[in-house]
Design a protein around this ligand. Structure first.
Ligand SMILES: NC(=O)c1ccc[n+]([C@@H]2O[C@H](COP(=O)([O-])OP(=O)(O)OC[C@H]3O[C@@H](n4cnc5c(N)ncnc54)[C@H](O)[C@@H]3O)[C@@H](O)[C@H]2O)c1
Length: 258
């Protein structure tokens, strides 16, 4: 990846894949704006790196996102690349999860994407170039027991990103919808600390490395591929869900035991 003199923006840059992406872009020569509500995480990501520029911003606040974008672009030039990584992932049975938490999932995971896309994509479309990576999840494609709030928010991310791509398919901007299975980042702790489905327990230790996911995104952006499923197994899951949904549900019920 050669990114000399370019500029990028990464949300969720205070942790996990957002942090790694920002550090990779900066190492490749770009100036990178990182947006997050986690101020300490932002500082850690940017420590000792004058190409990484932290902004404490809640991505559900459109005005705050727009201010950060304008300030960063004025200093470092128009955005060449945007990765929307920020998200939360508390799990729980739908009728037991506090409705305000279920709605918060939608507000951050989906509503945040809307704010970030609206603050960054119009400029890219106007310039006729740019790359926009929307971090969805396999969970946006395959719904499962105990993950309903997260599933719904990521399904919304998938739908929004797909339409955004098609509405701008002749614009010169590349879009990629990233749908990985479990990845070894702090996000998983939110699931573990709420309700940890047996399905997730089964795949413990098999989580992907964040590096693997980011390399797949880079590869698929290079090929102008919209769907980034990351692994063959994830592609198989997508196929099964699409053509044999009852089989998938039967397996989920069997694993969870109810
Ligand atoms: N880790 C996984 O297993 C996995 C699997 C599939 C998809 N994903 C998706 O990949 C993306 C990156 O996840 P990660 O695993 O690196 O997560 P992470 O928890 O390590 O990082 C997410 C960051 O988002 C920030 N954030 C949360 N709410 C915010 C808000 N309102 N405004 C700004 N920042 C906010 C958090 O503070 C955190 O720093 C997410 O969209 C996630 O849903 C993750």
């Amino acid at each position: 990846m050669a990114f000399q003199g370019k500029s990028a923006l990464v949300t969720g840059g205070g942790s996990g894949m957002g942090r790694l992406a920002a550090q990779q872009f900066a190492a490749a020569g770009a100036h990178v704006a990182i947006l997050d509500v986690n101020e300490a995480g932002l500082q850690e990501t940017a420590a000792g790196n004058d190409k990484i520029h932290p902004y404490v911003v809640d991505i559900t606040d459109f005005d705050a996102v727009s201010r950060a974008v304008n300030e960063f672009e004025a200093a470092h030039g128009p955005l060449d690349r945007v990765y929307n990584c920020a998200a939360i992932m508390p799990f729980g049975r739908l009728l037991e999860q506090d409705p305000s938490l279920t709605n918060k999932l939608m507000s951050i995971n989906y509503g945040g994407l809307v704010c970030v896309a609206r603050a960054t994509v119009p400029g890219m479309v106007e310039r006729g170039s740019g790359e926009f990576a929307s971090f969805a999840s396999m969970s946006g494609i395959i719904p499962s027991l105990l993950m309903g709030g997260y599933n719904a928010s990521k399904a919304a991310v998938v739908a929004y990103t797909e339409v955004l791509w098609h509405e701008n398919r002749d614009s010169g901007v590349k879009f990629v919808c990233v749908c990985p299975p479990a990845v070894a980042t702090p996000l998983l702790n939110q699931g573990k600390e709420s309700t940890w489905p047996k399905l997730m327990q089964q795949s413990e230790g098999e989580e992907l490395a964040p590096e693997t996911v980011l390399a797949a995104v880079e590869r698929d952006l290079g090929k102008s591929k919209f769907w980034c499923m990351v692994t063959g197994q994830a592609k198989l899951g997508w196929f099964m869900r699409r053509f044999f949904p009852n089989l998938v549900w039967n397996n989920i019920h069997k694993v969870e035991g109810w």
